[in-house]
Design a protein around this ligand. Structure first.
Ligand SMILES: *[C@@H]1O[C@H](CO)[C@@H](O)[C@H](O)[C@H]1NC(C)=O
Ligand SMILES: *[C@@H]1O[C@H](CO)[C@@H](O)[C@H](O)[C@H]1NC(C)=O
Ligand SMILES: *[C@@H]1O[C@H](CO)[C@@H](O)[C@H](O)[C@H]1NC(C)=O
Ligand SMILES: *[C@@H]1O[C@H](CO)[C@@H](O)[C@H](O)[C@H]1NC(C)=O
Ligand SMILES: *[C@@H]1O[C@H](CO)[C@@H](O)[C@H](O)[C@H]1NC(C)=O
Ligand SMILES: *[C@@H]1O[C@H](CO)[C@@H](O)[C@H](O)[C@H]1NC(C)=O
Ligand SMILES: *[C@@H]1O[C@H](CO)[C@@H](O)[C@H](O)[C@H]1NC(C)=O
Ligand SMILES: *[C@@H]1O[C@H](CO)[C@@H](O)[C@H](O)[C@H]1NC(C)=O
Ligand SMILES: *[C@@H]1O[C@H](CO)[C@@H](O)[C@H](O)[C@H]1NC(C)=O
Ligand SMILES: *[C@@H]1O[C@H](CO)[C@@H](O)[C@H](O)[C@H]1NC(C)=O
Ligand SMILES: *[C@@H]1O[C@H](CO)[C@@H](O)[C@H](O)[C@H]1NC(C)=O
Ligand SMILES: *[C@@H]1O[C@H](CO)[C@@H](O)[C@H](O)[C@H]1NC(C)=O
Length: 798
C-alpha cells in the first residue's frame, strides 16, 4: 500500500535529473521547480486564542488508545447518516464523532434548507457584511442538520482559467477580494459553531486532469501539476487562504491537483511549510474526497484526516505504520489533537450541539425524519444577497428601470422554473449528478447551431446554481417569468413570452415596450467550460433585437461570459450579469429591473473583448513529453485577470470592478495618512494562525468622500488600488461599500496593513516593505479611478 516513494526520496531523485531524458517522462521524478522537502510536520501549538482548546484537547487525547486516535483520522461508512463523510464516535470519552457535508452555497442533498447565492455572486456584491450574514445563516442550517464541518467556502479555484468549471464556487479572480469576503464568510459560519473547510488547498485551477486517469494505452495519467513559483504562491494563491486562517478557519481541504509534481495532500512544502509553519495553522487538514495517494508520505507531509474512508491508505495501515515506526506516534497524536482542538474551539462539545447528521436524510427519495432548518431570519439575507450580486454593465436610452410597460415580452429558456428541482436532481443545472453526457442538440429537425451541446447552456430552466458538489436546492426557486408575471398583474401590464429554444421560430411582438431575454452560461465541477459564450444564446439575443429596439439581456452566468456579439448592438439597450442568485433569483431581478432595488454589484472579474486577451483561457493538456504527467506552468505569475490587462495595455469590454447604478457617484477629498520614517522592512511578530501577527498591523489609513449626485438612493463600492513599487500597475487593496441617499455624501475608509503594502521576498522568505513611492488610486472600478496620490515610505533598510 505504501509503494509510493516518499516526497523526500523524490526530491533527491529529481536533483539527479532522473526521468528527464529526451523521450517521454516515464516516472514522476521530473520537477518543474522543486517541491522542497519540509519535515517534520509541526505540531499544533495552541497559540493565540487556541490555547484553551488545545489544553482540553491534549487532556482528552491523552486518554485515548492508539485505536481511538487512529479512528479520528479517517472516514467511516456513513450508512445511517446522510453525511458525505463522517468520523466515528468515542463514546466512552463523550466524543460523538463528526459529520462533514457539502458545500459553500447551502446544505447539499438535504431538504428544508435554503439555496444561497453562489460564491461568485457574493464576490459580485462586494459587500462584507452580506458575506458574513450569508455565512451565518447558511451555517445555522448545517448546524441544525447535525453537520460539524461545512465544506466551504472556495477560494481555489480563483479564476486563473477563464473557462474553469468551478469559478462560480469561488469568489473572484483576485486574491484580495476573495480573501476579504471568504474571511467574512468563515467568521459568519464559525460564529454558529460550524467548522468551515476552506478549500481547495492549493493551486487547484483546472478540472481537466484534476485526478489521475487511465489513457487509451491503459497507462496512468497523473493529476495535473500546478507549477507555481514562490512569489506567485504568496502574493496570489496563498493570500486568500491566509485571510481565512486569520479569521480562525478550523479546517483546510487539500486539493486533487499536484503542486510542482507533488500531490497537494502529501506536499510537505505546502502543508508542513506554508500552512502549518508559516501561517501557524492550528486546525486540521482533510483530503478532498479520494484525494489521498499515499499513506506514510501523506502522514509525514502534514495530512490529518482522510476522506471518505481509510480503506486504501490509512485505517489499519496507518496504525501499522505507527507501530513499526515509519510514522512517529507524535504525528498521530498531533492529528488527533488538531481534530479534537478544533471541535472544542467551535464549542461543538456543547450538549446543545445537534446529534451527528440528525437532519441529513440517507436517501432523500425514501421516507426520512424531517428536520426543518429554514428560519424567517434568513429571508432578507437571501433576497438582499440575490439582489446585490447582479451587475448592470449597459443601460442606454433609459431602458432601465422599467416604468409600468404596456406590453412586456420575455424570451429564453432561462426565464422559467427548472423542469426538475429536487435536491439530488436539479435538471436545469446539474447534469454532472446525472452522469449526463454531452450530445448534439437538434431542435424540431431544425439545427440552428453546429456546435455540440457542450455544457455551455442550461436549457432546462433558470440557472440559479452551478453543477456538482456545490449545487443544492432550496424550498423553492423564484423563476424570472413567475416574478415578472406577478408584477405585470400589479401594474396592469400585458406580458407575453416565448421560452422555446428555437430562435428562428420566435414570436416577437413589435409593439413590445421592452423585450427581456434571459440566457445563461452553465458550469459544473468535473468539467471545464468549452468556451465563454455560445452562438445558441447569442443567436437568440440577435433575433429578438432584430424586431425589438429595446432589448434587455440578463445572463445567469456561472463564470465569465463574453458578450461581444451584442454589446454594441444599438437595440440591446441594457445588459445585466445575473450570476447565480440562488432561490430568490426571479424576485431579485424583477425588483432590480423595475427600480424597486438599485443595482450595486461590480464585476469580480474582467469581461474581455476577445478570449485571447486573457492570460490563461484554456486548461493545460497532457502533451509529450509530459503525456503521463500533465503540467500547468503558471507563467503569468501574479498577473491574474485585470493585472494582466493593465500590464499588457489591453482594453477590456468591461473592466474588473465595473458596474452601473441607477444613480451617479462622484469621488473627492482623498486623504492618506503617512508612515513614520524608518519603519521596519520585515515583520518581527510571533506566528499565530494567519502568520506573523504584525503583518496585520494597519500602517496607513485612507479616506475619501463619495457623493450620490443622482436622483435615486443607491450603494457605491469605493475601491482602492495600490501601485506597489516593482509590482503590478495596480492591485486591489481596499473596498468599502456604502449606501447613500440621493444628493447626500458618505465617507469611505480603507485600512492598509503591513501585508497589503508588502511584496513577498523570496530570499528572506518574509513579506518585505520597500522604500519608495506607492501610487494610491480610489474610484469606482479598476479603470475609473478619479482620485490619485502618492504615498512615500522610507524603511529602516534605506
Ligand atoms: C510520448 O507519448 C506519446 C503518447 O503516449 C506518444 O505518442 C509519443 O510517441 C511518445 N514519444 C516518445 C518520444 O516516446
Ligand atoms: C513547463 O515548464 C517546463 C519546465 O520549464 C517545460 O519543460 C515545459 O515545456 C513547460 N510546459 C509548457 C506547456 O509550457
Ligand atoms: C515550486 O517550484 C518553484 C520554482 O522552483 C518554487 O519557487 C516554489 O517554492 C515551489 N513550490 C512548492 C510548493 O513546491
Ligand atoms: C510534537 O510533540 C511531541 C510531544 O511533545 C514531540 O515528541 C515531537 O517532537 C513534536 N514534534 C515536532 C515536530 O516538534
Ligand atoms: C474504530 O472504528 C471502527 C469503525 O470504523 C469501530 O468498529 C471500532 O470499534 C473503533 N475502534 C475503537 C477503539 O473505537
Ligand atoms: C450589505 O449587505 C447588508 C445585508 O447583510 C445590507 O443590509 C446592507 O445594506 C448592504 N450594504 C450596502 C452598502 O449595500
Ligand atoms: C490495464 O492495466 C491494469 C494494471 O495496471 C491491468 O490490471 C488491466 O488488465 C489492464 N487492462 C487492459 C485492458 O489492458
Ligand atoms: C510499516 O508499515 C507500513 C504500513 O503497512 C508499511 O507500508 C511499511 O512498509 C512498514 N515499514 C516497515 C519498516 O516495516
Ligand atoms: C434512493 O431511493 C430511491 C427510491 O427508493 C432508489 O431508487 C435509489 O436507488 C436510492 N438511492 C440510493 C443512492 O440508494
Ligand atoms: C432537459 O430535460 C429533458 C427532458 O425534458 C431531459 O431529457 C434532458 O436530459 C434535460 N437536460 C439536462 C441538461 O438536464
Ligand atoms: C433594430 O431594430 C430595428 C427595428 O426597430 C431594426 O430595423 C434594426 O434592423 C434592428 N437592428 C439590429 C442590429 O438588429
Ligand atoms: C480574437 O483574437 C484572435 C487573435 O488575435 C483573432 O483571430 C480573432 O478574430 C479575434 N476574435 C474576435 C471575436 O475578435
Amino acid at each position: 500500500m505504501f509503494s509510493e516513494k516518499t516526497v523526500l526520496a523524490l526530491a533527491i531523485l529529481s536533483l539527479c535529473g532522473l526521468g528527464h531524458a529526451d523521450g517521454n517522462i516515464t516516472s514522476d521524478t521530473y520537477f518543474y521547480g522543486d517541491s522542497p522537502p519540509v519535515y517534520p510536520s509541526p505540531n499544533g501549538t495552541g497559540n493565540g486564542d487556541w490555547a484553551a482548546s488545545y489544553q482540553k484537547a491534549a487532556a482528552l487525547v491523552a486518554q485515548m488508545t492508539l485505536d481511538e486516535k487512529n479512528n479520528l483520522t479517517f472516514g467511516i461508512e456513513t450508512s445511517g447518516t446522510g453525511c458525505v463523510g463522517a468520523i466515528g464516535a468515542i463514546s466512552r470519552l463523550g466524543f460523538p464523532g463528526m459529520c462533514l457535508q457539502d458545500a459553500g452555497n447551502g446544505v447539499r442533498e438535504a431538504d428544508f434548507v435554503n439555496s444561497y447565492p453562489s460564491g461568485l455572486h457574493v464576490g459580485a456584491s462586494w459587500n462584507k457584511s452580506l458575506a458574513h450574514d450569508r455565512g451565518w445563516y447558511m451555517a445555522g442550517e448545517f448546524r441544525t442538520k447535525g453537520v460539524n464541518i461545512a465544506l466551504g467556502p472556495v477560494v481555489a479555484p480563483m479564476g486563473r482559467l477563464t473557462t474553469n468549471g468551478r469559478n462560480w464556487e469561488g469568489v473572484a479572480s483576485d486574491p484580495y477580494l476573495s480573501g476579504v469576503l471568504a474571511a467574512r464568510t468563515v467568521d459568519g459560519m464559525q460564529g454558529q459553531g460550524v467548522i468551515s473547510s476552506v478549500k481547495h488547498f492549493i493551486g487547484y485551477e483546472q478540472e481537466l486532469y484534476r485526478n489521475p486517469t487511465v489513457n487509451s494505452d491503459n497507462q496512468t495519467v497523473e493529476s495535473i501539476s500546478s507549477n507555481i513559483d514562490d512569489k506567485t504562491m504568496h502574493e496570489a494563491y496563498l493570500w486568500p487562504f491566509q485571510d481565512a486562517l486569520k479569521a480562525g478557519a478550523g479546517n483546510i481541504m487539500c486539493s486533487y491537483n499536484r503542486i510542482n509534481n507533488s500531490h497537494a495532500c502529501q506536499n510537505s512544502k505546502t502543508l508542513n511549510g506554508l500552512l502549518k509553519t508559516e501561517l501557524g495553522f492550528e486546525g486540521f487538514v482533510v483530503t478532498d474526497w479520494v484525494g489521498q495517494h499515499s499513506g506514510v508520505s501523506s502522514a509525514l507531509a502534514g495530512l490529518d484526516m482522510a476522506m471518505p474512508t481509510g480503506e486504501t491508505y490509512w485505517g489499519t495501515y496507518l496504525k501499522e505504520a505507527v507501530n513499526n515506526g515509519s510514522v512517529p506516534l507524535s504525528r498521530l497524536d498531533d492529528m488527533a489533537t488538531r481534530i479534537i482542538a478544533t471541535w472544542y474551539q467551535m464549542g461543538q462539545d456543547s450538549p446543545n450541539y445537534p446529534a451527528l447528521g440528525v437532519g441529513m436524510p440517507y436517501n432523500i427519495s425514501e421516507p426520512h425524519k424531517i428536520v426543518n432548518a429554514l428560519t424567517p431570519e434568513a429571508k432578507p439575507v437571501l433576497f438582499e444577497g440575490a439582489v446585490e450580486g447582479h451587475v448592470l454593465v449597459k443601460n442606454v436610452n433609459n431602458a432601465l428601470p422599467l416604468k409600468k410597460p404596456q406590453l412586456l415580452s420575455v424570451f429564453g429558456w432561462d426565464a422559467v422554473a427548472p423542469v426538475s428541482y429536487i435536491p439530488n436532481n436539479i435538471l436545469a443545472s446539474d447534469p454532472w449528478e446525472e452522469g449526463y453526457e454531452p450530445a448534439l442538440f437538434e431542435l424540431d429537425g431544425d439545427v440552428i447551431i453546429n456546435e455540440p451541446y457542450d455544457y455551455q447552456v442550461a436549457f432546462n430552466g433558470t440557472l440559479s446554481v452551478g453543477g456538482g458538489s456545490g449545487a443544492n436546492a432550496g424550498p423553492y426557486v423564484s423563476a424570472p417569468l413567475d416574478a415578472l408575471q406577478q408584477r405585470a398583474y400589479e401594474d396592469n401590464t400585458v406580458i407575453m413570452w416565448d421560452t422555446g429554444k428555437n430562435p428562428n421560430k420566435l414570436g416577437v411582438m413589435e409593439a413590445s415596450d421592452a423585450c427581456l431575454v434571459f440566457i445563461n452560461a452553465f458550469a459544473s465541477e468535473g468539467l471545464d467550460r468549452s468556451g465563454t459564450y455560445d452562438s445558441y444564446s447569442d443567436t437568440l439575443v440577435a433575433k429578438v433585437a432584430e424586431t425589438c429596439p429595446n432589448t434587455v439581456v440578463v445572463v445567469h452566468n456561472a463564470g465569465t461570459r463574453l458578450v461581444e456579439s451584442f454589446a454594441e448592438n444599438p437595440n440591446v439597450t441594457a445588459i445585466v450579469f445575473g450570476h447565480l442568485p440562488g432561490q430568490d433569483s426571479g424576485r431579485a431581478i424583477t425588483a432590480l429591473l423595475y427600480g424597486d432595488e438599485n443595482f450595486s454589484g461590480k464585476l469580480p472579474y474582467t469581461v474581455a473583448k476577445n478570449e485571447t486577451d486573457y492570460p490563461a483561457y484554456w486548461h493545460s493538456y497532457a502533451v509529450s513529453p509530459f503525456s503521463l504527467f500533465p503540467q500547468s506552468n503558471f507563467t503569468e505569475g501574479v498577473l491574474l485577470d485585470y493585472k494582466w490587462f493593465d500590464a499588457k495595455n489591453i482594453t477590456p469590454r468591461y473592466e474588473f470592478g465595473f458596474g452601473l447604478s441607477y444613480s451617479n457617484f462622484s469621488f473627492s477629498n482623498l486623504h492618506v495618512s503617512s508612515v513614520q520614517d524608518g519603519i521596519a522592512t520585515y515583520p518581527s511578530g510571533v506566528i499565530e494562525q494567519g502568520g506573523q501577527v504584525d503583518l496585520w498591523d494597519t500602517l496607513v489609513k485612507v479616506t475619501a468622500t463619495v457623493q450620490n449626485s443622482g436622483s435615486k438612493s443607491g450603494s457605491e463600492v469605493a475601491q482602492l488600488y495600490l501601485g506597489i513599487p516593482g509590482g503590478p500597475v495596480r492591485q486591489l487593496r481596499g473596498f468599502d461599500k456604502v449606501r447613500i441617499p440621493a444628493g447626500r455624501s458618505a465617507q469611505v475608509s480603507f485600512s492598509l496593513t503591513r501585508r497589503d503594502l508588502s511584496t513577498w521576498d523570496v530570499t528572506a522568505q518574509k513579506w518585505k516593505l520597500q522604500s519608495g513611492n506607492y501610487k494610491v488610486y480610489v474610484g469606482s472600478s479598476s479603470r475609473n479611478l478619479p482620485l490619485k496620490t502618492t504615498l512615500k515610505i522610507t524603511t529602516d533598510s534605506s
